[in-house]
Design a protein around this ligand. Structure first.
Ligand SMILES: [Zn+2]
Ligand SMILES: [Zn+2]
Length: 233
């Protein structure tokens, strides 16, 4: 198996269950910091620039994830699923996968929308998405395992998520004119994932290191932005 891609890596981790949980938590923190910086510094201003309805669309994107990940799905959170008691019904696992697929579809929409506006914006959103793909893959694989669906289901769940992201990218290629709606909506989704999915996982940890990694994510955003400006502008 090619372990250089985040997907393959997450599959290997999810299937073998031997990965280091701290390593996963660091990725969650780093991703959260980077995504929040990308949201507030680039995606929100760009959304306001492309649509007068941006505020309502951002709110709609935020609550779209709240609805599918945390209202329709009876049990879902980022990170490895340990709560086997919450997972006895396979429907719980299925609804979590559906919620996560809708969020990952908008991961793809946000990347493609960014590239439609500018290459640096597209790249920054791409990095923000890539940084939380490993936690995403581990999350969905561990949900499949915890709900007793076995390794094959864990693997196919990860492929469903990757497929949803690809579908998001392709649909923006097809409907480029919709970027005025798509960018603000996916900005609301990104804000939700960073602030309401990832940050709560960070805050469960004790000590200083995890919170520090979030700030490192913000710093990484500034550094990436700086490099891109030097290379592309
Ligand atoms: Zn749980
Ligand atoms: Zn995502």
């Amino acid at each position: 198996m090619d372990t250089s891609s985040p997907l393959a890596l997450s599959l290997a981790f999810g299937a073998r269950r031997e990965w280091n949980e701290r390593f996963l938590k660091y990725f969650i923190g780093l991703g959260a910091g980077f995504m929040l910086a990308a949201t507030f510094l680039r995606m929100l201003p760009a959304s306001f620039a492309v649509s007068p309805s941006a505020p309502a669309l951002i709110l709609a994107g935020y609550f779209l994830v709240q609805f599918f990940e945390h209202t329709l799905a009876p049990h879902f959170h980022f990170g490895e699923e340990h709560h086997d008691d919450a997972m006895v019904d396979p429907a719980v696992g299925f609804s979590a996968l559906l919620g996560l697929s809708i969020h990952t579809f908008f991961d793809g929409v946000s990347i493609a929308s960014g590239f439609l506006l500018s290459v640096p914006l597209g790249l920054l959103i791409f990095f923000a998405v890539v940084l939380h793909k490993i936690p995403e893959g581990v999350t969905v694989a561990s949900i499949a395992l915890a709900s007793g669906q076995g390794h094959r289901a864990a693997l196919s769940s990860s492929f469903v998520l990757a497929g949803a992201t690809l579908a998001g990218v392709l649909s923006m290629n097809r409907f480029a004119g919709a970027v005025g709606y798509a960018l603000p909506l996916s900005t609301g989704v990104t804000l939700y994932v960073a602030a309401s999915d990832l940050i709560p996982e960070v805050n469960e940890e004790r000590g200083l290191r995890m919170p520090a990694v979030v700030f490192l994510g913000v710093a990484l955003f500034y550094a990436t932005e700086h490099v891109l400006d030097a290379l592309i502008a």
